[in-house]
Design a protein around this ligand. Sequence first.
Ligand SMILES: Nc1ncnc2c1ncn2[C@@H]1O[C@H](COP(=O)(O)OP(=O)(O)OP(=O)(O)O)[C@@H](O)[C@H]1O
Ligand SMILES: [Mg+2]
Length: 232
Amino acid sequence: MKKLEDLKYVVRLSEVSKIFGSDEHKTVALQNVSCEASAGELVLLLGPSGSGKTTLLTLIAGLLRPSSGTISLFGKNIESYSAKMLQQIRAMRIGFIFQTFLLIDSLTVQENVGVVLRFNGKTRREAHRHAFRLLEQFRIEHLAKKFPRTLSQGEKQRVAVARAIANEGDLIIADEPTGCLESKQGFEIIQLLKTYSKDQNRCVIVGSHDLRIEEFADRILRLEDGILRESA
Ligand SMILES: Nc1ncnc2c1ncn2[C@@H]1O[C@H](COP(=O)(O)OP(=O)(O)OP(=O)(O)O)[C@@H](O)[C@H]1O
Ligand SMILES: [Mg+2]
């Protein structure tokens, strides 16, 4: 598989559509969407609720299949990867921040961040240390020993972002990473993601309805009712 620096695009979508359901119950979530994202940039996918952001981000992560069109991920058509390969890619190269966080309730904050490092072969001790450094970076080290159910929504959000970048993946996909945060904290998170894309030359794709974070984007893709209106 190609290295990030040899790829023109980390992700490329051509004429991608996604239709849920059938007949009278069908929802066209995305219609003929073409776009791309490269290393070193933060691409902002902006659109109101229901415009198709989560659908698009889930497709890019290979967790959902398009109804038509093609998606290229790390230089290859996503369909050409085996299920096992795709799973490996997700574990090693992609960090995903889900809109619903998906933190593991039985693990502490520090363990939630450390667990992805364990998947990738770090020892328990290394994972523990690295996770704590990340929590410090996000200024939530005081939450290290707490369990997710005891956290506020904004705190959970920061833990989810710390976990997503823990592996230093080539592609970070963030679905509403600032949704639960006040503007100051939200800016801080988006700035951390931006710095990550620049310093590590990685690709970050952020889905959001929050117009206030526009200024942090290298490129903006605007979604409306499943259609990409413009890219700038
Ligand atoms: N699994 C599904 N089955 C049926 N319809 C779905 C499914 N997932 C999404 N949809 C529909 O597709 C459209 C796009 O949904 P999506 O979740 O991608 O929007 P969104 O932009 O992420 O919205 P929000 O900002 O509220 O998270 C919506 O009309 C939604 O109801
Ligand atoms: Mg969504």
